[in-house]
Ligand binder design. Structure first.
Ligand code: SF4
Length: 285
């Protein structure tokens, strides 16, 4: 059994949420540089220039890449051979993750974006609770992946329960239609997470996982879905929305697809839209 200190988890989370918000990761920077070469509209090119300058200032001055520092969403992959040491007053892994989030958002002067009730809307003032997805895996792996998920892009996401007869074409049309309807709202150039399969609740998580699991620039390991990703990216970039909705050839930097088995009568699909401020970072202990 591997023993992991909850205080160490808290401290790692505290640093993780800050670094993700201050430093645009290499895969996102590379994707911006690659896609900038395809842009032809002067306004679109100016947006790319500003995004790169913004990322530089954020990194150097330790400022949020965006004022919307997002909900703190975590994927925790936890081996069956792990135990946690309750230390420094922490009694559970959930508490350690929430405490790390609280301390990281406070220390980094990152905006607190969580309300404790969806209707009455009082801010919790510390960006908790964190949104934690747990996956139990074999062995002694302990990996935490964080995404700071801004509200503007999340609001433009969609889910639809298709009958299998809709086929691949039905799903691809739904993805393109969702991006088209979103227009400039999710701060393009965007990243499109697509979930297919599972059931109603699971497909939404698949779409989010599509944003977390793989770095930008990679493709689905199954050539069938890799081809679907390429086709969707091409269709989306023909919509002409362009960087920040200014018009142009680059509306999306990437499309990532995740799939799962499903019921014989269903074909669920979900689209989780992510903005250019793609703040994903992980650590392992
Ligand atoms: S959608 Fe993204 S870039 Fe736009 S305001 Fe929200 S977090 Fe910032």
């Amino acid at each position: 059994m591997k023993l992991i200190s909850l205080a160490e988890v808290r401290d790692k989370i505290k640093n993780l949420v800050q670094e993700a918000n201050f430093v645009l990761q290499e895969d996102v920077q590379t994707a911006l540089e690659t896609m900038e070469k395809l842009e032809e509209s002067p306004a679109g090119l100016e947006v790319f220039r500003q995004l790169k300058e913004n990322a530089l200032i954020a990194r150097e001055e330790k400022l949020g890449i965006c004022q919307d520092t997002g909900l703190a969403v975590f994927l925790v992959e936890m081996g069956e051979e792990i135990q946690f040491k309750k230390d420094d007053g922490l009694s559970s892994l959930r508490e350690a993750i929430n405490e790390g989030t609280r301390q990281g958002y406070a220390e980094g002067y990152l905006r607190k974006s969580v309300v404790e009730d969806p209707i009455r809307r009082k801010n919790t003032s510390d960006n908790t609770p964190a949104f934690i997805h747990w996956e139990v895996v074999p062995g002694d792996v302990f990996k935490v992946t964080f995404i700071a998920k801004g509200g503007g892009a999340e609001n433009m996401s969609a889910i639809r329960m298709f009958a299998p007869a809709a086929g691949l074409e039905g799903i691809e049309d739904f993805v393109v239609e969702t991006v088209d309807k979103a227009g400039s709202n999710p701060c393009p150039p965007i990243i499109v997470g697509v979930g297919i399969g599972g059931n109603f609740e699971y497909v939404a998580w698949l779409a989010k996982k599509a944003l977390l699991r793989r770095p930008l620039g990679s493709h689905h390991p199954d050539p069938f879905y890799a081809e679907m990703e390429r086709r969707l990216l091409e269709r989306i970039n023909k919509l002409g929305i362009g960087p920040q909705g200014m018009g142009g050839r680059v509306t999306a930097l990437a499309v990532h697809v995740e799939v799962f088995p499903c019921h014989i009568a269903s074909m669920p699909a979900a689209v989780n839209i992510e903005c250019h401020a793609h703040r994903v970072l992980s650590f392992e202990l």
